[in-house]
Design a binder for this molecule. Sequence first.
Ligand code: CP
Ligand code: NVA
Length: 302
Amino acid sequence: MNHLLSIKDLSQQQLLDLLALAKNIKANPADYRKALDGKSVVMLFEKPSLRTRVSFDIGINKLGGHCLYLDQQNGALGKREPVSDFAANISCWADAIVARTFLHSTIEQLAEHGSVPVINALSDLYHPCQGLADFLTLSEQYGDVSKVKLAYVGDGNNVTHSLMFGAAILGAHLTVLCPPGHFPDGNLVCEAQALAAKHGGTLVLSSDIEAIANHDAIYTDTWISMGDNASMEEIEAKFKPYQVNAELMAAAGAKHFMHCLPAYREVEATAEIVDGECSLILQQAENRMHAQNAVLVTLFSQ
Ligand code: CP
Ligand code: NVA
């Protein structure tokens, strides 16, 4: 493992090892206090963040490393100088790059032109750190993730893509329910279905909300992602049947609700569910740090 650009690049063993390491770091933080001793990590963010920025910064600190936040929100990467120069220069000083970008191709360029590991902190295509934290959360709740029946409801987006690949590689069942025209990327669906078949998992896509029946956990995300230029009025009309509320949870027979956050209450999910007993949102948020620390420790121990 040289970078973490997408969960789809991981073998099943690598993914299981990352989850096991994350659990170990969470349980025994003192054992990892010097894991990143002398290492510096640059964080480049073209989009806003609470969880990713804070959990990387504090997580790196807990591993004994140093992190530098470079705010790119006032001028996208590649404007003042090419992304390739950015990557090559940062590689002269830093030991790793964490990047949140509009285009996934920007992250790929950082990896291609830099000489240090690159971690995708969200792009238009993937959110692998979120996916890792989500599967860590599910494994804490259910043990063997391959037995979990997860449903993702709403907009087929970067988070959906990472869940699709994580579930497929772990051999879990994932149902993705989206309004017509808002499905995840077709090529990525085919790739994930092939991986699911290889590992004994299933990936089912539908617009029929009745297909929500019989799932353990229901996951949703914002209906409009950062960088999307959709009209909320139109989106709300189309997505209304896909709102996660008490009725939908009951129809699913689901025990748990998941959301990567930020959550828009009474939009993609009701406050009753987001803040209710079935909600795993804070466990997911906490696990961001442990999952990312497992990635960092793994990348630095190659
Ligand atoms: N879930 C997540 O990535 O949150 P932020 O956008 O706040 O980092
Ligand atoms: N799909 C959302 C996730 C935010 C963490 C977005 O890209 O804005």
